[in-house]
Design a protein around this ligand. Sequence first.
Ligand code: ATP
Ligand code: MG
Length: 249
Amino acid sequence: MSSNIPRSHPRYESLMMRERLASGFHKGFVHETGLIAHGRGEAFDYLLGEETLPVADRASKAAAAMLLLAEHPVISVNGNVVALVAEEVVDLANRIPAKIEVNLFHRTSDRVHRLVSRMEEAGGKGVLGRNADARIDGLGHDRGWCEKKGIFESDVVLVPLEDGDRCQALRDMGKTVITIDLNPLSRTAKTADVTLVDNVVRSVPRISFWIDKLKAKSECDLLKLRDEWDNSSGLDMVLKNICSRFQKD
Ligand code: ATP
Ligand code: MG
């Protein structure tokens, strides 16, 4: 898909994201409902000023500490995430290091294969998802499938743009769940251990930044960062920030 959007357009970044999603849809990566989910995200991004809030940056730091402390960290990706940040996810996975698993709400073998191939093209090694051989406890339907050596056995899982039910089911399995979700009111945002209320295009590189900064820290320092994070106060701060934008002028 070619784009005629000039760089000088004030909404260039946002329009390019739409182009990447539309192109991902035509290539069979993105589910049609993923386009709608992106629209909900865009609306919240507008309310956040399309920038990383200080509280989202602190969440990225806590998330990086948790990923470094993990024994089996996994990054779960879906169609929208692959369409927007395939290379950035591979970069983050290499730095931690963590496994990558394609895990879909609307699972079809064809879409899983396309997405695994796209992640491999982006440089991902051993990308999981094709051999779903385990189930997330308590989730019926195809969205419960995952790989035993991936999400099923993970202790810390990064699930950007996740469904609220599945986020809860992963927590019920005892996993530490980190999510990236522009909607601070979503069930996912409220259920996760750490919620980065930010756009995946900004937040994935930001976690990588913190991984590099924290890599040399002691386990004790990382545990402190992990334990200091309070997700519900983080979400309150985001909501206060959004409300204050309405009160200006
Ligand atoms: P639930 O309450 O079950 O968590 P939801 O509102 O999160 O529902 P879903 O369809 O499960 O809706 O997931 C889409 C979520 O992803 C939305 O909350 C939307 O704000 C968020 N989202 C969409 N695009 C992006 C993006 N580029 N970066 C970060 N978050 C995004
Ligand atoms: Mg959600």
